[in-house]
Design a protein around this ligand. Sequence first.
Ligand SMILES: Nc1ncnc2c1ncn2[C@@H]1O[C@H](COP(=O)(O)OP(=O)(O)OP(=O)(O)O)[C@@H](O)[C@H]1O
Ligand SMILES: [Mg+2]
Length: 261
Amino acid sequence: MSETLTICFANNKGGSGKSTTCSNVGYFLAESGKRVLLVDGDMQLNLSLAFFDEEKVLSFAAGEKNLYRAIQKQSDISECIVHTAYEGLDLVPSSTLMSSIEFELFSKWQREYILKKCLQKVKESSAYDYILIDAPPTLGGWVMNILAASDYLIVPVEASPWGLFGLSNLFEFLSEAKNIAPDLKIGGIAVTKVDGRKNYFKQTMETLQELPAHVFETCIHLDSSIEWAQDNSKPVGKYKRSSRSSKEYEKLTEEVVQICR
Ligand SMILES: Nc1ncnc2c1ncn2[C@@H]1O[C@H](COP(=O)(O)OP(=O)(O)OP(=O)(O)O)[C@@H](O)[C@H]1O
Ligand SMILES: [Mg+2]
């Protein structure tokens, strides 16, 4: 039986490509024959919307099959799993109630480890090769839960001046997280939303090289296929296979498999 690896996608900067990267890496992992569980850790429901239409996502959010319920009840997450349209790719949807998750955690015993405990049975069952968690754009008790439940962190970074601003806060937070998540490793920084017409990209790469983290070789360029794919609740590899971003996400996924093991 192989071990389940948990990888989270986090960056306190909003719009850096966390949900897009989590969903597309998840899709390509499943396509390559891996069994993947996606966990939507954000009240914005974006990871859920990447695979289901709005009506379905809102019905998950309003019902029992969502992450908020599992955290609230501190129960086994497998009760909240739904199957996507793709073989080997399952999801724990989120809920808008996640907006009060910090408050919910506040009074709980060992509050940094609630998510880890909720995932424990699924991990022990080895039903999945990978669990991928999409984090919200915050740094707090809930993101600490996500880090404590993960073996690896991938940091999607938008190739822009403001995309880089704030990364030092993230790395400071990570050094604090060391006590709570001593085994967490930084898988790497994934550069996203690269505009090939701008030479700012070169500077982005130079700045990132100074950070204490691996930078994935494959960068994801701006590509309208991403938006069309999301509009159709599909991963880009399914929506438009020939698109640049589909090829890039497929390559990035191969790198992730090599690094996160
Ligand atoms: N390669 C790309 N090309 C074009 N648009 C993209 C690309 N990657 C992401 N986007 C768009 O950028 C926006 C932000 O992406 P995404 O939601 O993945 O970021 P995020 O880090 O998860 O955001 P948040 O911090 O709000 O959770 C989305 O509207 C998405 O469609
Ligand atoms: Mg997101």
